[in-house]
Design a protein around this ligand. Structure first.
Ligand SMILES: Cc1cc2nc3c(=O)[nH]c(=O)nc-3n(C[C@H](O)[C@H](O)[C@H](O)COP(=O)(O)OP(=O)(O)OC[C@H]3O[C@@H](n4cnc5c(N)ncnc54)[C@H](O)[C@@H]3O)c2cc1C
Length: 408
C-alpha cells in the first residue's frame, strides 16, 4: 500500500487512519502537502465501535454513498414510561447508516488516491519538537524507524497517544458506548428508535438502528458517574427485559458486540508547537448524539486552507497555529458547550418523572411540528432554545437555560 519511495521527511504526519485522519490526509494532500498516515492496526476500520450514522452534510463531503446500508427518515423516541415522540418525515432522509469498515477504508483510500502514504502496523513511540520539525520514533512492523515532519496531527481517537504525549488536556466528558449487532428485531422501515430512562441509559438514550439485510444495531451510552456502579451491559439487559418493550427484543439473536468511548467537549488547547489534534482525539463528538464523524470533518474543514499555507511556509509554532485555529475551534467548542447545557437541562439532569413530563410536552402535535421544523441533528441549540421559548411548560427553565448558556 506504500506507493512512495521511503521517505524520512514529511510535511505532515497524521497519527491514526480513522475517518477523520483519512479525511484530513485527503484535504492536505490535495493542497500539495506530502502526508504520511500512521495506523497502529494492520487494517483500516477495525475494531469497529460505531452505530454508523453519518449525516447528509458529512456524507456530502466525502461522497461515499456506496457505503450506505440504510437511509433513515426519522426517530421514534420513547420516554421512560412509554410516551412516544416521532421526529422526522417519511421520505425525507435525515441521516445515513453506513458500514463503518467500508466507510473508513474508502475515506483513507481517497487520501491515497490524492497521494498520501499509509503505513499500517505503525505507531509513534516518542516525539521531540525541535526548531523547524517534529522528530518521531515510530514502530513500523515491529522495527523502530526515525522520521520527521513539519506538523504532527493527532487523529488517534478517544485515547489519543498524541494528546497524552504532548499533555494537551482531556475532553470535558467521556461517555461509554455499548452496542450489539442483532438479527430478529422487527423495526419500522427507514426509522430508528430511541429509548430513555434511568434503568436503560441514565442521562442519555439507547438506540436501535437498522443496519441493512435485516440486521439492527442496539446500543446505549451514558457516563460512569450516572451509571452509579452499574455496568453498561446491565443497562443493556434492562432495555431488553423492560416490561414496556421486552416483546420487541424477544426474538433477537446477537451477532457481535462492542464497547467504546465517546469523548465530547473539546480539549482546552487542541494545538501546541507543531502539534494539532483533530476529531475524537480533540474531544469533538456531539454531546447530544455522540456523533463524531461530522464534527471531526468540520473541525479540519474550517482551518485546512490557512493550515496548508502555513505548512508551505513552515510557520507552525503554537502562536501560528493559534492564529489559524482559535476562532474556528472556539466557535465549535462554544456550540458544544451550549448543546451540552441544554441537553443537561432537558434530558440528562432530569429524573425519570421529570423526563416523562418533558416527553408529554414533546409528544404534543404542535411541539412535534416545531421539532420537525427547527430540529436539526447538526444544530440542536436552536431547537432547545425554541422549545424553552415556545412551550409554556418549559418557560420556567428559561432563566436557568439563560444562565447556563451565558456561562457555558
Ligand atoms: C458505540 C458507539 C457508537 C457511535 N456511533 C456513532 C455514529 O453513529 N455516528 C458518528 O458520527 N459517530 C459515532 N460514534 C463516534 C465515532 O465512532 C467517532 O467519533 C469517530 O470514529 C471518530 O473518528 P476519528 O477518526 O477521530 O477516531 P477513530 O475512529 O477512533 O480513529 C482513530 C484511528 O487511530 C488509530 N490509532 C489510535 N491510536 C493510534 C496510535 N497510537 N498510533 C497509530 N494509530 C492509532 C486507531 O486504530 C483508529 O484507526 C460512536 C461511538 C461509539 C463508541
Amino acid at each position: 500500500m506504500d506507493d512512495h519511495p521511503p521517505s524520512h521527511d514529511w510535511d505532515v504526519i497524521i497519527v491514526g487512519a480513522g475517518p477523520v485522519g483519512g479525511h484530513t490526509a485527503n484535504l492536505l494532500t490535495k493542497r500539495g502537502q506530502r502526508v504520511l498516515l500512521l495506523e497502529e492496526h494492520n487494517e483500516i476500520g477495525r475494531p469497529f465501535q460505531c452505530a454508523g450514522l453519518v449525516t447528509p452534510n458529512a456524507m456530502k463531503q466525502v461522497n461515499l454513498y456506496d457505503t450506505i446500508l440504510e437511509e433513515v427518515d426519522g426517530a421514534l423516541i420513547h420516554g421512560p414510561s412509554g410516551t412516544l415522540v416521532p421526529v422526522g418525515t417519511g421520505g425525507t432522509v435525515r441521516t445515513y447508516v453506513v458500514c463503518r469498515k467500508l466507510f473508513d477504508e474508502a475515506v483513507v483510500k481517497q487520501s491515497m488516491v490524492s497521494g498520501a502514504t499509509l503505513w499500517l502496523n505503525s505507531k509513534p513511540i516518542s516525539a521531540e519538537t525541535v526548531d523547524d520539525r517534529v522528530n518521531l520514533t515510530v514502530s513500523r512492523d515491529g522495527q523502530e524507524v526515525q522520521i520527521s515532519t513539519k506538523l504532527l496531527v493527532g487523529c488517534d481517537g478517544a485515547h489519543s497517544w498524541t494528546r497524552r504525549y504532548f499533555k494537551m488536556g482531556r475532553p470535558k466528558e467521556l461517555m461509554i458506548g455499548f452496542q450489539t449487532e442483532v438479527v430478529g428485531y422487527n423495526n419500522r422501515k427507514r426509522w430508528l428508535e430511541m429509548y430513555s430512562g434511568s434503568e436503560i441509559a441514565p442521562g442519555f438514550f439507547a438506540w436501535v438502528i437498522p443496519s441493512g439485510n435485516g440486521s439492527c444495531r442496539i446500543g446505549l451510552w451514558s457516563t460512569a458517574d450516572r451509571l452509579e456502579g452499574r455496568s453498561i451491559e446491565e443497562c443493556y439487559h434492562n432495555l431488553l427485559n423492560h416490561p414496556l418493550w421486552n416483546d420487541r427484543f424477544s426474538d433477537i439473536r446477537e451477532t457481535a458486540r462492542y464497547c467504546g468511548p465517546v469523548p465530547s467537549g473539546m480539549v482546552k488547547k487542541a494545538y501546541k508547537n507543531r502539534v494539532l489534534l483533530i476529531g475524537d482525539a480533540a474531544g469533538m463528538a456531539k454531546p447530544t448524539t455522540g456523533g463524531g464523524i461530522g464534527p471531526g470533518f468540520e473541525q479540519i474543514n474550517g482551518i485546512v486552507d490557512k493550515l496548508s499555507i502555513a505548512i508551505d511556509k513552515n510557520t507552525l509554532s503554537e502562536e501560528h497555529l493559534k492564529n489559524i485555529a482559535k476562532s474556528h475551534f472556539e466557535k465549535m467548542r462554544k456550540e458544544q458547550n451550549r448543546a451540552r447545557s441544554l441537553r443537561n437541562l432537558l434530558v440528562s439532569d432530569c429524573e425519570d418523572e421529570e423526563l416523562d413530563r418533558n416527553f408529554e410536552q414533546f409528544a404534543k402535535p404542535e411541539i412535534i411540528k416545531l421539532i420537525n421544523q427547527v430540529g436539526d441533528i447538526e444544530k440542536p441549540v436552536p431547537l432547545g432554545l425554541a422549545l424553552i421559548r415556545k412551550v409554556p411548560a418549559f418557560r420556567k427553565l428559561a432563566l436557568k437555560a439563560g444562565m447556563k448558556l451565558i456561562f457555558s
